[in-house]
Ligand binder design. Structure first.
Ligand code: FA5
Length: 362
């Protein structure tokens, strides 16, 4: 067979194979095989030297044409593969820009923290300082100095967790059942006048229910000075209730008993959900009790060395979780400390719910 035929066959075979190639490595093998320095084309062209001189130009020209054709086809194939690879990458890395973005997790302030901040801010505006004290307390501060002697039946009002520790001259060690012991600690330390609130945790050994936890918060408040009267108590607490629940709220004071105040009272607000008409939230009564209060008992003032003939004062104690339940429409106190993130995340939505309730809806 002559060189011309060899070249034609080589060219045809090379082009046919090239057309079927779809992978870069195979393409490289093809290049080495057909166009490489030791490739098939080179082999055929080597035969040129053996031809009679008059045939050489034509054969050489045919060889060049074959080479050009294979090279051009090779370049096309390189381009074809490059485009295919690009198209595959675009498909693989495709981004759907219409998908919603990933929302970053945003922390929420716990409802208790939030209501404590609100309550504290209201009293701060009225000139109250904030004090903090021990949750593990002595019997003396929790009971005795508050006019609740050891055998006093009022002790049954507070089911107590006792700490298994030797008693001191201040009696048994216990977990405070209310924040009232801080009345004694503050007044022991500071001379009148005093105006203080005490937000803090308290503990009671009692069955947990929708309205009862064994660990909960209280906010204590008290003010002692010359000439403090029941009118100051009423004015301060009414101001507080309206700042927290709305300026249109009415307040009601009724007699209540606490050993460390005389007279003692409980304060209720007219139900902000039904405006006093009666609904499920206020058990159809139109009123919701939110705190206990009273004029500080002269015996308590004596215990801390304040002269009850000169000084008088009022005190109050409230449960912030119960207040948050009212304000945010939370049905059970159990949700507060169960650490269920779904509940904690709801607070943002509760803002909307509260706004709707205030607007008369819900
Ligand atoms: C007291 O603890 C008095 N120290 C309050 C006081 C202070 C009266 C100063 C007078 C002067 P009481 O036991 O009612 O009172 O508790 C006060 C508030 O704590 C209640 O109104 C309620 O909101 C809340 N509370 C009581 N027990 C629980 C409980 N188990 N779980 C959640 N909140 C509670």
């Amino acid at each position: 067979m002559g060189i011309a035929e060899d070249l034609a066959a080589l060219r045809e075979r090379g082009l046919a194979q090239l057309a079927a190639i779809s992978e870069a490595e195979v393409l490289e093998e093809w290049r080495t095989r057909y166009l490489g320095r030791r490739g098939e084309l080179t082999q055929v062209l080597r035969g040129l030297g053996a031809l009679p001189p008059e045939e050489r130009p034509a054969a050489g020209a045919a060889g060049n044409r074959a080479k050009e054709a294979l090279e051009a086809a090779y370049d096309d194939a390189v381009e074809r593969l490059r485009r295919a690879a690009l198209a595959a990458a675009i498909e693989r890395e495709r981004v759907d820009v219409t998908l919603p973005g990933r929302t970053p997790q945003v922390g929420q302030v716990h409802p208790t923290t939030r209501i404590l901040r609100e309550i504290t801010a209201i009293f701060a505006r009225m000139g109250f300082d904030v004090a903090d004290g021990p949750e593990v307390e002595w019997d003396y501060y929790n009971f005795e100095a508050l006019n609740i002697p050891p055998d006093h039946p009022a002790r049954d009002m507070w089911d107590t967790f006792y700490v298994d520790a030797p008693p001191s001259e201040r009696g048994a060690m216990l977990l405070r059942t209310h924040t009232s012991p801080m009345q004694i600690r503050v007044m022991d330390r500071y001379a009148p006048p005093v105006r203080v609130i005490v937000p803090g945790k308290v503990y009671r050994y009692e069955a947990i229910s929708a309205r009862h936890e064994s660990m909960f918060y209280q906010v204590e408040g008290f003010a002692v000075d010359r000439n403090i009267t029941m009118a100051d108590l009423k004015g301060t607490l009414a101001r507080f209730a309206r700042a927290l629940f709305g300026e249109e709220r009415r307040v009601r004071f009724r007699c209540d008993y606490f050993p460390f105040v005389e007279p003692g009272a409980e304060m209720a607000i007219d139900c902000h959900l039904c405006n006093g008409a009666g609904c499920r939230l206020c058990s159809q009564s139109g009123w919701i009790e939110i705190l206990g209060a009273g004029m500080i008992h002269p015996k308590v003032l004596q215990v801390v060395g304040y002269d009850p003939g000169v000084y008088s004062g009022f005190a109050f104690g409230m449960g912030p979780e119960r207040i948050a339940m009212l304000k945010y429409g939370i049905e059970t106190i159990r949700l507060f400390y169960a650490n269920d993130l779904r509940f904690l995340r709801q607070l943002r939505m509760l803002d909307g719910a509260v706004a709707r309730a205030d607007a008369g809806g819900r």
